[in-house]
Write a protein that binds this ligand. Sequence first.
Ligand code: SN0
Length: 326
Amino acid sequence: MNNTFAAFTSVHDVPDIASLLEEALRIKQTPLAWSEMGRHKTLALVFFNSSLRTRLSSQKAAWNLGMNTMVVNVGTESWKLEMHDGAVMDSDTVEHIKEGAAVIGSYSDIIGVRAFASLTDKAADTSEHTLRQFQKYAAKPLMSLESALRHPLQSLSDLLTIEEVRRREGMTRRPKVVLSWAPHPKALPQAVPNSFAEWMLRADVDFVITHPEGYELDETFTQGASVITNQDEALCDADFVYAKNWSAFQGENYGKVLSNNPSWKITAEKMRLTREGKFMHCLPTRRNVEVADEVLDSPSSLVIQQAQNRVVAAQSVLKRMVAAMS
Ligand code: SN0
């Protein structure tokens, strides 16, 4: 099987999840064992949105492989890019993505792009317009740093974290993994839950999604999952509870906050419904809105391990991309 990557934008770019996981576990043991592999290769990281983990873990992963990195924050540090073909650029956009992406591509061997959903233009969001335009005009291997629809580096870290816990605890049963919607003051994208679902549905786990009515995700990502609108019922006997807020996806409600029922917050009482379940979140999280302090500060929380595994995930992906070049 060809296990190099020309792109990493979704689970569909990974033909062999099990062997990628094994490789990630090896990389975690000896992160500097391939420190010459990426010598003289340059990774450009392009951010249209804020980032803490993705920005730092991607750079660290590249450095572990001996690569150079460049970071661009579009709009604040570079020119504001125009995304529409045929635009008459007499307003606030300064440079077209055709030139912008082509120039960044010419300086780089691999490009990482973060472009969140607008939550207003559903057609552009569901075609991952910014990510795909970048891929087209940069014409270099592309690693998604969270697109409008997906966050595959996060999902790979999440899967790795679940696998580590499963091995550490000698868990022989198929773990029950519950993705729970949680309240939040803002409208957030669906990328993290979409992506988590599409990875979990290919993993050896029982996967359940729970959310209030109206927050149904796109079936493209959730087909095959059990979806339950009663959170307590969903949490029953869970081994892993993954909390995340997202805004509505369906129809006229696209990008809206419908209800924001505080009873969906993950508390110690909710965790007692689980089978001594572990708590997961991609971060950043709004303490005491999405999840109570008592859960985040308890030994059952895996959030820091998930974040540490972001380096391993990025390094596993970059290693395969660099391998494809030599
Ligand atoms: C992003 C999201 O997709 O939900 C990134 C998660 C990795 N999260 C946010 O934008 C949080 C913003 C906030 O105000 O809490």
